[in-house]
Design a protein around this ligand. Structure first.
Ligand SMILES: [Mg+2]
Length: 397
């Protein structure tokens, strides 16, 4: 990597990968294998913390918020970490391109945590929050509450339960509410829920529906989409079991359904999203710094959408997501995922510095704040990580 081997700048000396575990009450698994609410169940999650240090003592840290997918991410981080040891930590663009090619068969999702830790380091070195380095646009993030998948055991187990919860969110200040339904993908049940929640809430909140690719057929996607149309939903997300991979199917769906579509959450990287935009197959573009090759990759996607005159909605809740959104004009909502009545958000319980993605942390203006400290602006609870650690791998020069 010629661009990172010249000059006398600092070098990445060591990468530490800590895996740790934690448990969440009242979460189990639904028919699709998704996390879903389940009263009385306890699920153990694994997460990881990545620490990058340099010869001159700079340090960048990151804990991925996607614990449900931690195993996939960790295995890629393990494969990519040796490739950045010895590199210039400020050469994020050169590293982006090197790792993209190295894991081209696997869409380079493991690069995400490495890139975010390097942004944390850059912010700490400059004593500035990351979103300011990216180019600040906003410091309050309008937020929708995004539910966990519904259950059959006493939590979000009926359309009435969803409507009650939406009302509770509205009372806390939320201006938006997104339904993840039941994992079975029963079109009549899902459409009934969409209509009932809208009828109960009136115009108090914007409503979104995310099928998370659970509806079985294209016909089911049309059926549920018509319920979104009738109820005036803000967007209709990843409708059916093409897995959100077919721009052709989405374009066809748009001839039957009027509600704006949100797709490309399951399409990794930058170039792969372009055909969706060229084909007019989605109304909102999706990106996630934890999956789309970091803050560097997520901001490239945001600017790609901007070039097409479209909005780019950031997936999931977490510090990296907040910094990206704070530096974007063409976006609308922070996704406070994943919440349900009486269930703690299943993100790793290691955030300090007053940072919280719990439901009650929303401001009276319906917004979440952007961290203002250096780097990601979040101190991690290293006592917790060390106490619950299940493995530690170190990569050195
Ligand atoms: Mg989604």
């Amino acid at each position: 990597m010629a661009s990172t081997t010249t000059g006398a700048g600092d070098r990445i000396d060591q990468v530490d990968l800590h895996e740790f575990k934690y448990s969440i009450d009242n979460i189990g698994t639904d028919a699709s294998g998704n996390r879903a609410v389940a009263r009385g169940s306890v699920t153990e999650f694994k997460a990881f913390a990545l620490v990058i240090t340099t010869r001159d003592g700079a340090r960048g840290e990151y804990v991925s918020v996607h614990s449900g997918k931690s195993g996939v991410l960790v295995s890629q981080v393990r494969g990519l970490a040796p490739l950045v040891v010895g590199a210039d930590p400020e050469a994020r663009e050169a590293i982006f391109n090197k790792l993209k090619r190295a894991h081209r068969h696997f869409m380079a999702v493991g690069h995400s945590a490495i890139d975010i830790a390097l942004w944390d380091m850059a912010g700490k070195s400059a004593k500035r929050p990351v979103w300011r380095l990216l180019g600040g646009y906003r410091d309050r993030l309008p937020t929708y509450a995004s539910t966990l998948n519904g259950g059959r055991q006493g939590i979000l187990d009926s359309k009435e339960a969803y409507a009650d919860y939406a009302r509770q969110c509205a009372e806390l200040g939320y201006k938006g509410f997104k339904i993840h339904g039941w994992g079975e993908g029963d079109r009549k049940e899902e459409a009934g829920n969409i209509l009932h929640v809208a009828k109960s809430l009136g115009t108090r909140m914007e409503l979104m529906y995310d099928a998370a690719s659970e509806l079985r057929t294209f016909a089911d996607a049309i059926y549920v989409g018509k319920a979104c149309d009738e109820a005036g939903y803000y967007w209709y997300e990843d409708p059916f079991m093409d897995a959100g991979w077919s721009p052709h199917a989405a374009r066809q769906l748009k001839t039957h359904v009027k509600t704006p579509l949100l797709l490309t959450e399951h399409v990794r990287g930058l170039e792969t999203k372009v055909p969706w935009l060229v084909a007019g197959a989605t109304d909102f573009v999706r990106t996630d710094p934890d999956y789309d090759m970091g803050i560097t990759g997520a901001m490239k996607t945001a600017h790609l959408a901007e070039a097409f005159g479209l909005d780019c909605e950031v997936h999931a809740a977490g510090p990296a997501q907040r910094h990206c959104m704070a530096a974007m004009r063409n976006t609308n909502w922070y996704e406070l995922s994943l919440v349900a009545p009486g269930v703690r958000n299943p993100v790793p319980p290691v955030f300090g510095s007053g940072y919280s993605d719990e439901l009650e942390a929303v401001g009276p203006d319906g917004c979440f704040p952007v961290p203002v400290g250096p780097g990601l602006g979040v101190e991690y609870d290293w006592d917790y990580i060390n106490k619950n650690r299940v493995s530690l791998q170190t990569f050195r020069r």
